[in-house]
Design a protein around this ligand. Structure first.
Ligand SMILES: Nc1nc2c(c(=O)[nH]1)N[C@H]1C(S)=C(S)[C@@H](COP(=O)(O)OP(=O)(O)OC[C@H]3O[C@@H](n4cnc5c(=O)[nH]c(N)nc54)[C@H](O)[C@@H]3O)O[C@H]1N2
Ligand SMILES: Nc1nc2c(c(=O)[nH]1)N[C@H]1C(S)=C(S)[C@@H](COP(=O)(O)OP(=O)(O)OC[C@H]3O[C@@H](n4cnc5c(=O)[nH]c(N)nc54)[C@H](O)[C@@H]3O)O[C@H]1N2
Ligand code: SF4
Ligand SMILES: [Mo]
Length: 744
């Protein structure tokens, strides 16, 4: 077979790098960064380089499997045909569907959906068909606070402002470590290189993190902050702007309401008051607030360390508030919004606004947020008896046993389900409780276009990648379509084409409603003009042709077409971010709502933190490692070889007070659980803080992760309480968790 080369966007993290894969004899013989990719220009990390290893991993499931024994700990899995698998899904799911209690079915969707056209375009249809309110996802152990803050401020959870990295001269970055993570809610391939470029053009960047991370080591300044106190520090920054008369709204003055309210509410947060709680000296805070206000191109950016805390939404809101009040929102070099090729700009004017709590979860009474309940309460809904109790669960691309709070309790709950179906390529800590596992094709067997990430990107870019290999089984869209049909009560053998047709026609009708130029043209005619073949690609084609740069199905000659995407495998650069206000605003007032009621009320809770008891003891935070990806790539030897990565970081002085020495096995414990792990002493972490990575603990009986099981590590979420949530978003508090440490 001849050697072939394939350009591809990497689907493994938010950086969306362009890769070049060399295929020889039907196998991936090499992966390198694609120097011609318009966005990443050759950047690659070790994970992207292991895409071939992922494709070839013998533990990756290629056929559906069904569990025959009641006890998940025994290995009773049997390979079945796809027809048998769907028949088994129907047999198990139908009684629950017919019980008239649709909430008896729960759905958990995990992170890889974000990088997968099939999951993004078909998951919603499946959830809708199930008709349950019990929807959960990894969003509430991640970015939901930023979505809620953006919803309240700008009217839509999708309107997330990103730092204009390539044009800023001063960046304050909180709770992010892009040197390891490659960036999040800010799609920027070679994030480290872009940070170095800030310095290269004479600018500065400052990192706020309890650990002196690799990112902090490269920064011009590092501020060690007490975990969970970012919202207080950001309020102190806002305080300085008002106190020293440095608020500058610029063009946003006429577009913003609530500025005075925030001025009043910030009075209590003088840097001097906040300093003993955050650990950041008052004069440092004042100096940075002045520098932010005085630098024309400057921006504040906060990520997971700020979001996964008890004040996550307030911290996320305060980042945007600080950008706005210092004149750095919607201007080059500040925080801006992308306009991806698959979206259309709105016409300016009042929108529908955003509300939380349209209903409440059954057991804990948590408010619904963007149609979901907190992942942290999934176990409550399974374990607590009564009408509406979850008895059947679908997981799609998620591993909540390792990724969400109190994994051991969730595992106890999953064991009791009468029906669990997982769409997942691995038999792991979560899917081992399933009755049927339906494996999707490998990432190299599907097409790719970043529907989610181009909405968070530091440049407007469009790139579509063709599959490298033909898929062996059904596509993930087919799998989800068949689940949709079963949920609708159709026989398991129904051809999923009906779902594909309905989605494509629905998308065409929507496109027509939004494009006046298409009025009156028959759907059949629009449909006949599509050139893409697979249903997911036809959906992308519709969005792009009807989108901001599209050809409008011939009504805007010269506009973007699917042929252009297909024939430009290195991607199409659509230019730097452009100002988007006011057309982007979807609030009811049509303004930026700086002081929405939920935020003002929650600021009262933050105020109590000023006078409340300051916690003693050690606080646990997480961390990420370049060669890891949440919980699911520890089975690839090229990534996990080398030194052990799952260990506890601790400051030497904290250790010596407890009689702990380097390399000791220690017991980390709190009321939720305990783990035993090796300790590494390092002054990279501030005193009073310890750090453990998440996503480990691969020693569950009955799982099939032969490489990962050799060095399983421990599950840090054994220590995460399921009840300490950010009240506005329902997001779990994953950082700043009190723990006790002793020699094991
Ligand atoms: N303590 C602590 N906990 C955390 C975090 C933290 O910082 N600290 N981070 C949180 C964050 S940010 C996130 S996003 C969550 C992640 O939480 P989850 O999304 O629940 O977990 P992942 O580890 O990403 O697991 C992904 C699953 O998807 C499967 N998968 C991979 N590719 C595909 C595919 O193409 N299709 C399908 N159907 N399945 C696929 C994998 O086998 C795996 O089972 O974890 C959160 N948990
Ligand atoms: N290599 C690798 N890359 C990944 C992932 C992975 O698992 N591995 N996961 C992907 C996913 S799903 C996501 S969401 C992104 C996340 O990407 P990032 O947001 O960059 O996440 P982290 O690298 O975990 O960095 C978070 C930092 O917050 C710090 N921190 C903890 N608590 C606090 C606090 O209270 N305040 C402040 N200011 N800082 C705090 C931690 O010490 C840590 O250095 O990464 C993505 N990329
Ligand atoms: S940085 Fe992310 S997108 Fe780029 S190669 Fe690595 S895993 Fe893939
Ligand atoms: Mo995430």
């Amino acid at each position: 077979m001849p050697t072939t080369n394939h350009a591809r966007t990497c689907p493994l993290c938010e950086a969306a790098c362009g890769l070049k894969l060399r295929v020889e004899d039907g196998r991936v013989a090499g992966v390198r960064g694609d120097a011609e990719d318009v966005f990443s220009r050759g950047f690659i990390c070790p994970k992207g380089a292991s895409l071939g290893a992922l494709h070839d991993d013998p533990d990756r499931l290629r056929t559906p499997i069904v569990r025959r024994a009641q006890d998940p700990d025994t290995n009773s899995w049997e390979e079945v045909t796809w027809e048998e698998a769907f028949a088994e899904v129907e047999r198990r799911l139908t009684p629950v569907l017919q019980s008239e209690d649709r909430n008896a079915i729960g759905v958990y969707s995990g992170n890889p959906n974000v990088h997968n056209l099939d999951g993004l375009l078909y998951g919603r249809e499946m959830r809708r068909a199930l008709g349950t309110e019990n929807i959960f996802s990894a969003s509430t152990v991640d970015q939901m606070p930023k979505e809620v803050a953006s919803g309240l401020l700008f009217g839509s959870t999708g309107s997330i402002a990103v730092p204009d990295l390539d044009r800023t001269d001063f960046l304050i970055m909180l709770g992010a470590n892009p040197w390891e993570s490659n960036g999040s809610m800010c799609t920027a391939p070679d994030f480290p290189g872009r940070l170095k470029n800030i310095q290269g053009r004479g600018g500065r960047f400052v990192v706020v993190d309890p650990r002196r991370t690799r990112t902090a080591e490269h920064a011009d300044e590092h501020l060690a902050i007490v975990p969970g106190t970012d919202a207080l520090w950001l309020m102190a920054m806002i305080h300085v702007l008002f106190d020293e008369d440095r608020v500058q709204l610029g063009k946003l003055a006429s577009l913003t309401v609530g500025v005075e309210t925030i001025g009043q509410r910030s009075e209590a947060y003088a840097p001097e008051v906040v300093a003993p709680i955050t650990g950041i000296a008052a004069d440092t805070t004042r100096r940075l607030a002045r520098e932010l206000a005085a630098t024309p191109r400057a921006v504040v950016y906060g990520r997971i360390g700020t979001h996964t805390t008890e004040f996550g939404t307030l911290a996320a809101w305060a980042v945007d508030a600080l950008n706005l009040l210092s004149g750095h929102l919607d201007v080059p070099g500040g925080a801006m919004w992308p306009l991806p090729a698959h979206r259309r700009p709105r016409v300016a004017g009042p929108g529908r606004g955003f509300t939380i709590g349209r209903r409440h979860s059954r057991v804990m009474g948590y408010p619904e947020v963007r149609g979901e309940y907190p992942a942290a309460t999934l176990a409550d809904e399974i374990l607590t008896d009564g009408p509406g109790r979850i008895r059947a669960l679908l997981t799609v691309a998620g591993n909540p046993v390792l990724s969400t709070p109190d994994g051991a309790r969730l595992a106890r709950g999953l064991r009791t389900l009468c029906c669990m179906i997982s769409v997942d390529p691995y038999l792991n800590e979560t899917t081992r409780f399933a009755h049927v596992i339906l494996p999707p094709p490998s990432p190299l067997e599907r097409s790719h276009y970043d529907l989610a990430l181009y909405g968070l990107s530091v440049r407007n870019v469009a790139k579509w990648s063709a599959p490298v290999f033909r898929q062996a089984g059904p596509s993930e869209a087919d799998i989800l379509a068949r689940l949709t049909l079963i949920a609708r009560g159709q026989p398991a053998s129904t051809d999923p084409t009906v779902v594909h047709h309905a989605l494509v026609n629905g998308a065409l009708a929507r496109c027509q409603r939004q494009n006046a130029a298409l009025a009156g043209r028959p759907i059949e005619e629009l449909s006949a003009s599509l050139v893409a073949e697979r249903p997911v690609d036809r959906l992308v084609e519709i969005l792009v042709r009807g989108g901001a740069y599209g050809d409008g199905f011939g009504s805007r000659p010269g506009g973007l077409t699917f042929e252009q995407l297909r024939d430009t495998p290195e991607g199409i650069d659509l230019g730097p971010l452009m100002p988007r206000l006011p057309d982007l605003l979807e609030t009811r007032s049509g303004h930026v709502e700086l002081a929405p009621q939920p935020i003002v009320e929650d600021l009262a809770r933050l105020g109590q933190r000023l006078s409340g008891p300051q916690g003693a003891g050690l606080l646990l935070v997480g961390r990420r490692d370049l060669r890891s990806n949440n919980s699911w790539m520890h089975n690839l030897r090229p990534l996990v070889k080398g030194p052990e990565r799952c260990f506890l970081q601790m400051h030497p002085e904290d250790a010596s007070e407890l009689g702990i020495e380097a390399g000791h096995e220690v017991r980390v414990a709190n009321a939720t659980g305990s783990v035993t792990v090796t300790v590494q002493l390092t002054d990279l972490i501030m005193r009073g803080v310890v750090s453990l990575p998440h996503g480990w603990g691969h020693n569950a009986p009955g799982s099939r992760l032969s490489v990962a099981a050799e060095r399983p590590g421990v599950n840090s979420n054994s220590l995460t309480p399921s009840t300490r949530l950010d009240p506005l978003s329902g997001n779990a508090t994953l950082n700043g968790i009190p723990v006790q440490i002793s020699r094991a």
